[in-house]
Design a protein around this ligand. Structure first.
Ligand SMILES: Cc1ncc(COP(=O)(O)O)c(C=O)c1O
Length: 387
């Protein structure tokens, strides 16, 4: 028989970042030593006290379903964290999900109808496009690449793109894939446009805790934004908890109620005992988070310095653990795809083409790898004529 697939699922392709990291794993399985700079995953273990809290929660019998929107103590701990970031949320504004990705998926399904316009800032994290398509929305993109990935100089372009017909704007600071942290002036510009055109905004702050010498302002803390902003965060990046699958969003209570319907009919709840590990992560990991952040900063400096030695000027990221390396000659689609293919096949260095993020002419490198491996990656790229 022929299985008929939904038109909806035919609209999307698998995640480019996941596909590349699978290709790297396949090469590794063949015995090839690959420096994998394609993954968005901290290379540190989950802090020990967080692991213990998860184990204790299993021992305490938290192995059944949790309340669908999350364990009350975790929802309160999240609201407390958000209030410390100047966001006016109570536990009733928080929905706990299995990973930030699931929170975003639920939000797109809840907020976007067929034909609705969703605006993203390019280069944009790969899943925003897929989630827009799955919800039936149409994507408009504002390119930050001509401005070294800063938002402030692109505000005019954003103003030309958004209109009263825009349903949703997605802002991600610090950004994946650029590492840019948007200035307060830029965020105020976003605020003015969102208020003028009555646009709902998702502020994806999953890298908020990872910044270097600056802080990422929460968009929802700006005057006029609380009622229209949904703040997204999770535990994967700041606490090195990718495999635990724990994330959340916070926003107006009606958004929690509406998205909560999809949540209850799909995942039911985030894993019960994992939520207790989340409470520990929020309350007792300041030192571990600082150590990881300092290590990322040193690696960023190392990579930028090494590329500068090869005459390549990389826009220095202020946050997250990614940078965009300019590659190829003409900056067209084929250049960056071809460069990344050569990087993995010839130099055995895995990276992600910028075109996967809507911005050809670059490769995204994750520096969630040891200094030694980063040095090795630069050496191999240079030896293979890729720098
Ligand atoms: C920008 C951005 N948002 C959200 C996520 C979701 O992360 P998770 O589902 O692991 O919480 C990621 C993960 O790579 C990301 O890069």
């Amino acid at each position: 028989m022929t299985i008929e697939f939904s038109e909806r699922i035919e609209r999307v392709t698998p995640s480019a970042t996941v596909a590349i990291s699978n290709a790297a794993s396949e090469l590794e399985a063949e015995g090839v030593d690959v420096v994998d700079l394609s993954v968005g995953e901290p290379d540190f273990p989950t802090p020990e006290n967080v692991i213990e809290a998860g184990k204790d929660a299993i021992d305490a019998g938290h192995t059944g379903y949790a309340p669908s929107p999350g364990v009350p103590e975790l929802r309160e701990a999240i609201a407390e964290k958000l209030r410390a970031d100047d966001l006016d949320y109570g536990s009733e504004n928080v929905l706990v999900t299995p990973g930030g990705k699931q929170a975003l998926y639920e939000l797109f399904q809840t907020l976007v109808d067929d034909g609705d316009e969703v605006v993203v800032l390019d280069p944009a994290w790969v899943s925003y496009e897929a989630m827009t398509k799955l919800a039936g929305g149409s994507l408009s993109r504002v390119d930050l690449a001509p401005h070294d990935f800063a938002l402030e100089p692109a505000l005019e372009d954003l103003a030309e793109t958004v209109s009263d017909d825009t349903s949703l704007l997605v802002v991600n600071s610090p950004s994946n894939p650029t590492g840019s942290v948007y200035s307060d002036v830029a965020l105020e510009g976003v605020r003015d446009l969102a208020v003028e055109h009555d646009i709902t905004v998702i502020s994806d702050e999953i890298y908020k805790e990872i910044t270097y010498g600056t802080e990422a302002t929460s968009l929802g803390s700006l005057a006029g934004m609380g009622e229209r902003t949904i703040t997204l965060n999770g535990f994967s990046k700041a606490y090195s908890m990718t495999g635990w699958r724990l994330g959340y969003f916070a926003g107006p209570e009606e958004v929690v109620d509406q998205a909560g319907k999809l949540h209850s009919h799909s995942v039911t709840c985030a894993t019960h005992f994992v939520q207790y590990a989340g409470i520990e992560a929020l309350r007792n990991t300041d030192e571990a988070v600082t150590e990881m952040r300092d290590a990322f900063e040193q690696r960023r400096d190392l990579l930028c310095d090494r590329f500068a030695e090869h005459g390549i000027d990389v826009p220095e990221p202020d946050g997250a653990f990614y940078l965009m390396l300019p590659v190829g000659e003409g900056g067209d689609d084929e250049d960056d795809q071809e460069w990344c293919e050569r990087a993995i096949e010839e130099a055995h260095v895995a990276t992600v083409p910028g075109s996967a993020f809507g911005t050809p002419g670059y490769a995204r490198l994750s520096y969630a790898a040891s200094a030694e491996r980063l040095e090795e990656a630069v050496d191999r790229l240079a030896e293979n004529g890729l720098l």
